[in-house]
Write a protein that binds this ligand. Structure first.
Ligand code: FES
Length: 198
C-alpha cells in the first residue's frame, strides 16, 4: 500500500465514523478510534479533510457530511433549480458574493465548481442555527407564493436561495459559507482541502 493510499484509508475511516454519528452503533465504533489517539493527533483528525461520495445523490436531493464539527451540505441541483438563481439575483443581498464567503474557484454564478453541485456549510451566518431545506417552490413551500426554492433558518427566519445566498432584509448578514473542497472523481470530493490554496 502506498503512502497516498494510507492517507485515503484514514480519511475513509473518519468519514465512516462521522456518517454513523447519531446512532448507537456509530458512537460505539467512533469512541475507540478517537480514544486511542494522542491529543495532537485528535486535534489533527478534528480538522482533517473529509471525503464524500455523492454518486447516489439524485438530481434534486441533498446530503450532509460532518467536517470540523459542522454540517456540510452537498446538493445536486436540477436544471430548474439552477435556473431559479437568475430569478433570485435581485432578491438576495450579496448576489455576487463579494463578501468572499467562498473560495476563489467558486466565485461564479452558481457558487460551485460543477454548476449542478453545491457544497455549502449548513450553518446560518446570523447566530449559527442550521437552516432547513425548502425545495418546494411557490405557495406549496409555505413561505411565499414566489418562493424559488432554498433554505429557511428556523431560528429567526433568514432565507437563502439554492446557491446559499441570503435574501435581503433578513437577520443573517452573509451568504452561507462555501468550504474549500476539490474533486477526487466525478462524484467524490474532498472537503477541507484543495489544490488551489483557498
Ligand atoms: S440563526 Fe439563522 S436567522 Fe438567526
Amino acid at each position: 500500500m502506498s503512502c497516498d493510499e494510507k492517507v485515503d484509508c484514514g480519511r475513509r475511516r473518519l468519514l465512516l465514523a462521522t456518517a454513523t454519528l447519531g446512532g448507537v452503533a456509530g458512537v460505539a465504533t467512533a469512541v475507540p478510534f478517537v480514544a486511542s489517539m494522542l491529543p495532537s493527533e485528535r486535534a489533527k483528525a478534528a480538522g482533517a479533510p473529509v471525503e464524500a461520495d455523492f454518486s447516489k445523490l439524485l438530481p434534486g436531493q441533498m446530503m450532509a457530511v460532518e467536517w470540523r464539527g459542522k454540517p456540510v451540505w452537498i446538493i445536486n441541483r436540477t436544471p430548474e433549480m439552477l435556473a431559479s438563481l437568475k430569478k433570485t439575483d435581485a432578491k438576495v443581498s450579496d448576489p455576487d458574493s463579494l463578501k468572499l464567503m467562498q473560495p476563489e474557484y467558486c466565485r461564479n454564478e452558481t457558487r460551485s465548481i460543477k454548476p449542478e453541485i453545491l457544497v455549502a456549510v449548513g450553518i446560518c451566518t446570523h447566530l449559527g442555527c442550521s437552516p432547513t431545506e425548502k425545495f418546494k417552490t411557490g405557495a406549496e413551500s409555505g413561505i411565499d407564493p414566489d418562493w424559488a426554492g432554498g433554505f429557511l433558518c428556523p431560528c429567526h427566519g433568514s432565507t437563502f436561495d439554492l446557491a446559499g445566498r441570503v435574501y435581503k432584509g433578513k437577520p443573517a448578514p452573509d451568504n452561507l459559507e462555501i468550504p474549500p473542497h476539490m474533486y477526487l472523481g466525478d462524484a467524490k470530493i474532498l472537503i477541507g482541502e484543495d489544490k488551489k490554496g483557498a
